[in-house]
Design a binder for this molecule. Structure first.
Ligand code: IDP
Ligand code: MG
Length: 160
């Protein structure tokens, strides 16, 4: 299927990436951060955070009618998560590719879910699905002043 928002754009974008509680409990935080770091995106926000129920419900409000919604909220609030903001050209769609399909059994090897997870209900990582949702989610999970603008020394080695 053709999903327009999954086609990488040439715009500098921001996306909200989160290591879910299973990723934290399984010691996968460094591994997951390094996938985005090594690709060449810029980290602009990072924190360990215990998500309150209300925030989980707001974040996943589009799924509130789904039968799995209560379990999803329990899962996301079951322990600390690692909240991240990543910036770069086409980062929204590119991050979704690095993350892989929602169901880890369908996610390609080489993707985070394809390499590190087996079940949809324990799929270790979240990534925004559009630039608009990237902005919406970053505003939900980060407060004013928690994001940091900086120029990585490697910038000229990533883009000509
Ligand atoms: P995404 O995380 O790949 O964007 P969404 O469809 O937005 O997938 O669903 C959000 C999250 O809800 C999934 O990552 C997964 O944790 C959970 N989820 C989605 N579908 C199911 C399901 O059928 N059973 C249990 N959990 C689900
Ligand atoms: Mg989603």
């Amino acid at each position: 299927i053709f999903l327009p928002h999954l086609v990488a754009s040439l715009e500098v974008e921001e996306t909200y990436i989160m290591v879910k509680p299973d990723g934290v409990q399984r010691g996968l935080v460094g591994e997951i951060i390094s996938r985005f770091e090594k690709k060449g995106f810029k980290l602009t926000g990072l924190k360990l955070f215990q998500c309150p129920k209300e925030l989980a419900e707001e974040h996943y409000k589009d799924l509130s009618a789904k039968p799995f919604f209560p379990k999803l909220i329990d899962y996301i609030t079951s322990g600390p998560v690692v909240c991240m903001a990543w910036e770069g050209v086409g980062v929204v769609a590119s991050a979704r590719k690095l993350i892989g399909a929602t169901n880890p059994l369908q996610a390609e090897p080489g993707t985070i879910r394809g390499d590190l997870a087996v079940q949809t209900g324990r799929n270790v990582v979240h990534g925004s699905d559009s630039p608009e949702n990237g902005k919406r989610e970053l505003a939900l999970w980060f407060k004013e002043g928690e994001l940091c603008q900086w120029t990585p020394a490697q910038a000229p080695w990533l883009q000509e």
